[in-house]
Structure formats: structure tokens, C-alpha cells
Design a protein around this ligand. Structure first.
Ligand SMILES: Cc1cc2nc3c(=O)[nH]c(=O)nc-3n(C[C@H](O)[C@H](O)[C@H](O)COP(=O)(O)OP(=O)(O)OC[C@H]3O[C@@H](n4cnc5c(N)ncnc54)[C@H](O)[C@@H]3O)c2cc1C
Length: 459
């Protein structure tokens, strides 16, 4: 409750009266639910939680926090692994109730509020046969994902979520609402596309949409003892992959306790052509699961939701990989053979390259257009008693993978700053872009009001 003493009860009452949405304090009903986020390991207690109903509430929150010198956290979908959506003491600006999605089919565009998840976004846009690149777990928020870059099954064909951002309304640290786009506040627009939540609170995102119909998608899985061969197959498939194919390789345990190597994938193109592309996976033996088939895009987007339930303790470490080399394969298999809990897993994603790599590197703040693979060691457990062992396992696994890393890491997969260290935050933006982002931070948030994120320090 560090900063809370400075705020008088009458100031809190006035603030409450200025909001259309509820303002929750620790003793009130709904407070505990509102402070919960996806990662069950995060247990922070804000002094105040403002459940915003619209931009006016957000403006009042920013002005109140700034004038009372309160620590601020901003919650979109609440999926960030570091738990930056919640703060200890201070004010949590909770946007999760701001859920409107307005699709303009003629312009193939959607205007979306920041509390929307990808399941909600896809549901509305697919009613018109449209979609844009979104995360692969449908409960993830559109807000944090887009601000950090945002990849998913459509990225290799249509670019990142942030590459499809047409404009954003942002409440900056001075309490002004600005529109950022290719023609307005263009420096801010550049920074929002990969620079995370550093520059203000986004109250509305406008996305470019694309025609997306039935896709060929599903999960194939093989026994764990075939993991080295399957990772080799995955490498060969991804080296040759057309832009229409996005996939991952995951060393995971099925709900019945069977350890497997699985490949979730989505091919967005003619089904017969997709069948030909993924044939090597379907003919490899022994094959335990083959769920690949034509399906609605919304189903593909929920394919592996079951492996990522809300409330587990999660500790993740990540890096970009140069390639899927023999060393990568051996290290993945060796660490995944000694997982401390069945939910722990290792993952390589192949969602980059293709269209992402053809966009000018300087066009947006997202820095990694020349890499194709992202690695993650995902420590997961259901009971707090196992937390220490999952943290140790995920850290050791990640360290063992460092010889194969590019040195870079995805902003949205970073843990909190105290754990990762300042150098890793810089590595997530790249040294040159970090400097430019720092100058932008000074312009839009000189006192670092928005610092609970992958924080860029103002210079
Ligand atoms: C299970 C799981 C699956 C994932 N899959 C993918 C994936 O497929 N592709 C991918 O790219 N990423 C993926 N991610 C990472 C994801 O992009 C990040 O966790 C992202 O931060 C989630 O955004 P959120 O709005 O849900 O999170 P939150 O925790 O609410 O916010 C994340 C960060 O963004 C800031 N923020 C949120 N909303 C706003 C806003 N409106 N204005 C300003 N700042 C804001 C917050 O302050 C915080 O720092 C996944 C994460 C998880 C846990």
C-alpha cells in the first residue's frame, strides 16, 4: 500500500464519483476477482481498482494517479506472464470490461476496445468472414499482445497484429487523449507497434482485417521417445514452409499423462494444397493423435486453449533461436525428459518469417523481423509447493539453450524486470530501437508513470 497513505478518503470518494465504472477497495465485494490474472503465481494487492467503462474513466484514472503520485498498472486481457497488469498498492486501471468490437465489413476494419480477448475478437470479425493476426490462445487479450508485436497463425501471411494496426486512441501521461496513426502522432504510432504499454493507455484499437474462411488446422502428436526425429521433421517442414503455414513444436504431457511431442498447426489456403504441405507429418509413424482437418478459423484459434488454463502457477523463459539445430533438438529433449511437473513443457514457435520479414525493419518498434523461431521453457504447476522446482527447471533449461539463441527475446514473453534484469529488457527492443523508444518515452511519459511493463526508461 506504499503510496496509498498520501490519498485522503475524501479524495478517493471524489475519484469514485468521477467514474462511470466501479472503484474497488480491498474490503469490497469483487475486489479479489478483479485483482486475479491468468498467471496464478501473481498475488498483488492494489490499493484501488478502477473498473473502467470508457475513455473518460481512463482519463480520470490517469489524472488521479499522476496528481497523487500513485503507482499505476494497466490491465487489458490480464495474460502477461510477468503480472504487470496488477500492482501492490497504487491504482490498477482495469480495462477488462471495455469489450466493444465494431466491424466495418466494407473497409475490412474493426474498432476494438482494450478489454477484448482474441476469442471475442474472432467471434465478431468471423461473422463477416474476416479476421486479423491474433494470439493462438483465445483467452489472451488483444491489447497487450498487439502493443508488444503480436504473432499467431496468420502472421506469416498477413504480418503481426501490430502490423495490422491502423490507428489507436491513447490516453497519455498528461491525461490527454491522442489518436495515433500513419497520419497523426506518427512517432507515437511507431512506438505503440512493439513498444508495449510504455506510452499511455490505449482505449481503442483499429485493425485491418482480411478474408479468412475455413482453414486446415489441428494437432498431431507422437510418442515422446520420437521427439528428436519429430523435431527434425518440424525443422525440415518449417524451412520449406509457405507463408500459409504456421506451426509449433511442443514437448508436452497429454491430460491422460502420456508425454508426447505435438505439432499444432494452421494452414490458411486451399485445403488440398495444405494437405500436401503437411503430409510428412501425417505419414510419420508412430502417430498417436491426428486431429488435422478443415475447420472454422475460430476453432483453430482455440485448438490448444486446454493446455493453458487460467490460475496455474507459471514461470516462463524465452529467447529467439537462430535455427532448429542438432544442439537445440538435443537440449529440448534432454530437459523435457526431466520435467518437475507434467504441465511443464518446452516449445518452439514458427510464427515469424514470411510477411513479417518483408516489412521494413524500421517501420515499427518491433525489432525481430529477421528471425523465424521463438523458444520457450514453460514452468507450470498447480500447487504453490512446486513453484520453486518449476522456476529452477525453466531457468536451467533456458540457460542451456542460450548457445543457440540470437540474444533477442520477445517483449511479450519477458518476466518481470527484477527477475530478467535491465539488459534483457533492452535486448527485447534491440539497442538502437531502445534509444529511439527512450526518447519517445521522454516525450509522452517523462515521469515514467507507465512503468509496470517491459519498461523503457525516459532519457
Ligand atoms: C497462454 C498464453 C498464450 C500466449 N500466446 C501468444 C501468442 O500466440 N502470440 C503472442 O504474440 N503472444 C502470446 N502471448 C503473450 C501475450 O502477448 C502477452 O502475455 C500479452 O502481454 C497479453 O496481453 P493482455 O492484454 O492479455 O495482458 P495484460 O497482462 O493485461 O497486459 C500486458 C501488458 O500490456 C499493458 N497493457 C495492457 N492493456 C493495455 C492498454 N490498453 N494500453 C496500454 N497498455 C496496456 C499492461 O500494462 C501490461 O504491461 C501469450 C501469453 C499467454 C499467457
Amino acid at each position: 500500500m506504499a503510496n496509498q497513505q498520501a490519498v485522503t478518503p475524501s479524495a478517493v470518494q471524489d475519484f469514485k464519483a468521477s467514474l462511470r465504472g466501479p472503484l474497488l477497495q480491498p474490503s469490497e465485494a469483487g475486489y479479489d476477482d478483479a485483482r486475479k490474472i491468468w498467471n496464478g503465481m501473481i498475488d498483488k494487492r492494489p490499493a484501488l481498482i478502477a473498473c473502467c467503462s470508457g475513455p473518460a474513466d481512463v482519463i480520470n484514472c490517469v489524472n488521479f494517479a499522476r496528481s497523487n503520485n500513485l503507482l499505476v498498472s494497466v490491465r487489458g486481457g490480464g495474460h502477461n506472464i510477468a503480472g504487470n497488469a496488477v500492482c501492490d498498492g497504487g491504482l490498477m486501471i482495469n480495462l477488462s470490461g471495455m469489450k466493444s468490437v465494431r466491424v466495418d465489413p466494407a473497409r475490412r476494419a474493426a474498432r476494438v476496445e482494450p478489454g477484448v480477448t482474441w476469442a471475442e475478437f474472432d467471434r465478431e470479425t468471423q461473422a463477416f468472414g474476416l479476421a486479423t493476426t491474433g494470439g493462438q490462445i483465445s483467452t489472451t487479450g488483444i491489447a497487450g499482445l498487439t502493443l508488444g508485436g503480436g504473432w499467431g497463425y496468420l502472421a506469416r501471411q498477413h504480418g503481426l497484429a501490430s502490423d495490422n494496426l491502423l490507428s489507436a486512441d491513447v490516453v497519455t501521461a498528461d491525461g490527454n487523449l491522442l489518436t495515433a496513426s500513419a497520419t497523426e502522432n506518427t512517432d507515437l504510432f511507431w512506438g505503440l507497434r512493439g513498444g508495449g504499454g510504455n506510452f499511455g493507455v490505449v482505449t481503442s484499437f483499429e485493425f485491418q482485417l482480411h478474408k479468412i474462411g475455413t482453414v486446415l488446422a489441428g494437432l498431431v502428436a507422437y510418442p515422446f521417445n520420437k521427439a528428436k526425429d519429430v523435431l527434425g521433421l518440424f525443422r525440415d517442414l518449417t524451412i520449406e514452409a509457405p507463408d500459409q503455414l504456421a506451426s509449433g513444436a511442443v514437448l508436452i504431457t497429454l491430460p491422460d499423462g502420456t508425454p508426447v511431442i505435438g505439432i499444432p498447426l494452421c494452414y490458411n489456403g486451399p485445403i488440398a494444397e495444405g494437405e500436401r504441405v503437411v503430409k510428412p507429418l501425417r505419414t510419420f509413424r508412430p502417430l498417436l493423435i491426428d486431429q488435422i482437418g478443415p475447420m472454422p478459423y475460430t476453432s483453430a484459434q482455440q485448438l490448444i486453449d486446454g493446455f493453458y488454463p487460467s490460475g496455474l502457477h507459471n514461470y516462463w523463459k524465452s529467447s529467439f533461436l537462430k535455427e532448429v539445430s542438432g544442439g537445440v533438438i538435443d537440449t529440448m529433449v534432454s530437459y523435457c525428459a526431466k520435467r518437475p511437473t507434467p504441465m511443464c513443457h518446452g516449445l518452439i514457435e514458427h510464427q515469424l518469417g514470411g510477411a513479417v520479414s518483408r516489412i521494413d525493419r524500421d517501420a515499427t518498434a518491433f525489432n525481430f523481423r529477421d528471425v523465424e523461431y521463438s523458444f520457450m521453457s514453460l514452468g507450470q504447476c498447480a500447487t504453490p509447493a512446486d513453484t520453486e522446482s518449476i522456476v529452477r527447471w525453466a531457468s536451467d533449461f533456458w540457460k542451456a539453450m542460450q548457445p543457440y539463441s540470437t540474444g533477442g527475446v520477445y517483449v511479450n514473453y519477458l518476466g518481470d524486470e527484477a527477475d530478467e534484469g535491465a539488459d534483457r529488457i533492452k535486448a527485447a527492443y534491440g539497442p538502437e530501437k531502445y534509444q529511439r523508444l527512450s526518447a519517445l518515452k521522454k516525450k509522452y511519459d517523462p515521469t515514467n508513470l507507465f512503468r509496470l511493463n517491459q519498461n523503457i526508461k525516459p532519457v
